[in-house]
Design a protein around this ligand. Structure first.
Ligand SMILES: [Zn+2]
Length: 211
């Protein structure tokens, strides 16, 4: 056993992931806090999923820190009271005005991308586009390619959607793993397709209602 941290990772967004303890240092000898006069500590950990570092600032009555005798999740440690965790996670930008079930799947894709799970991300973005075509053309028959062709959008948006479909298909069926470049391209295409199909029309409509 050793000191650990169990928390959502601000880098890869893995949920309730374990972190490995790296170091603990006292940063101020005495400070005043809700605990009265005490000591300020910083603890460093690395994520067991993406190996990126995080730091936790704590207040404690403890003058010293014994890495051998301190065990378990630091957030449940009565001696060291966590104040903040750094870095704060970057907020994920979801295109506005998209249906809730599509937003949920978009978020899954973004989490996979942040976690550098390129195949999962590309498949999840493809699923987002699949759900979008089903939302826009609930009656349409056929596969994803047929539904993309039936969308009332510009040829360019259709091309982008097909490109995304190819990347998603490669991620699902290719023996070789997909790289970062393709996954990032899928992310960008999905963002702009959703913005074009949902965000812009609603924004224009809202602006007109104000006139
Ligand atoms: Zn991580």
């Amino acid at each position: 056993m050793a000191l650990t941290l169990v928390h959502d990772c601000p880098h890869c967004h893995s949920q309730n992931v374990g972190f490995t303890f790296a170091n603990g240092v006292q940063t101020h000898t005495t400070i005043s806090s809700s605990m009265g006069r005490c000591y300020a500590w910083s603890f460093m950990f690395t994520c067991n999923s993406c190996y990126m570092p995080v730091a936790i600032t704590c207040h404690s009555h403890m003058r010293s820190f014994d890495s051998i005798r301190t065990h378990g999740n630091i957030l449940q440690n009565g001696d060291y009271l966590a104040q903040d965790i750094f870095p704060h996670p970057e907020p994920i930008q979801i295109p506005e005005h998209i249906p809730a079930h599509i937003a949920e799947n978009y978020l899954d894709a973004e989490y996979a991308l942040k976690g550098k799970r390129w195949n999962s991300a590309a498949m999840a973005y493809r699923r987002v586009i699949e759900l979008m075509t089903k939302d826009k053309l609930p009656e349409a028959k056929g596969n994803l390619a047929d539904r993309i062709n039936k969308l009332s959008v510009t040829d360019e948006i259709k091309e982008w959607s097909h490109e995304l479909r190819f990347i998603g298909n490669d991620a699902a069926h290719d023996v070789e793993n997909l790289g970062e470049k393709d996954a990032l391209a899928a992310a960008e295409l999905t963002y702009y397709i959703l913005t074009y199909i949902y965000t812009l029309p609603t924004q224009i409509q809202l602006a007109r209602e104000k006139e």
